[in-house]
Unconditional design. Sequence first.
Length: 324
Amino acid sequence: MPATGHHLDPRLLRAFLAVAEELHFTRAAARLYVAQQALSRDVRRLERDLGTELFVRTTRQVTLTADGERLVPHARRVLDAQDAVIAAFGQARSLLVDLNSPGLVTGRRVLHRARELAPEHELMARYESGLAHAAGELLAGRLDASFGRFAGLDPALRAGLAQQPVRYEPMAVVLPQDHRLAALDAVPLDALAGESVYAGAGNPRTPEWTDLAHRLFEGRGIDVAPPAPLAVGDEEFERIMAKTRNPILAVVGFPAMPATVVRPLTDPVPLSPVSLVWRKGLVHPGIDALRRAAAELSAAEGWLRRPAGAWAPDADIAMMSVHT
């Protein structure tokens, strides 16, 4: 096996070892809670780095080459050493997980499941109210994981972050309970024509959400409401809602606030793409638990299936097909 002098990413060795032990890419991908495409990409990258083929692949079976057989014990030693370092230093530190807002369901459910999967580790919730703000905290090491629309981040921020698609979350609108549309079970998008809908404009923590609203409302005669002071607390929210009467763009499952109703949007059903996001290179058992929890829930509840005719930006759909 040629020596290359390249740094070998332990993640690539973990991908290789899973395939070597399963001799099946689909089973190995399920074991690592990654997409099969991502696993195949990692194995090919390791083969390029080492300058050799590690597997013989046919339509019927996967077998190790001679170089693959030679690599197995070395890969095990490297990963055992990495696990020992994590055990000595990584497990003692709490993992700080941003859920954006107490009212958002997806991140909270993933966190609760991750705690069940890794009860010996402390996963602490934080509320940073927006992935754009949380991204800077992730890169600075003040947060460890967050949830949100990865495609809405500045590319300079994305470059230092990894993501795992979790859910296409159906979007909704929060309405004053006496609004003309409040009596509907679901609100067609066209029915919002002429309305000014609040979507966080001017909030430096949530520009990715405002951008999603602009994309959704474009050509539909719906305006994004101008910037307004952020209402903190139920009393302030109720007062501002009564004063402006602006509908608020939200997601299905968002809890109704005082004197309001939450109605799903339809025709088409707009989707808010949600990814689990963390700092590249971060090694912590809590991240592994979050990734496993996200994969379990996504698969069990069909969170990554897009209903026929649903809407999401093309760039988001492309990014949601990639695991990093």
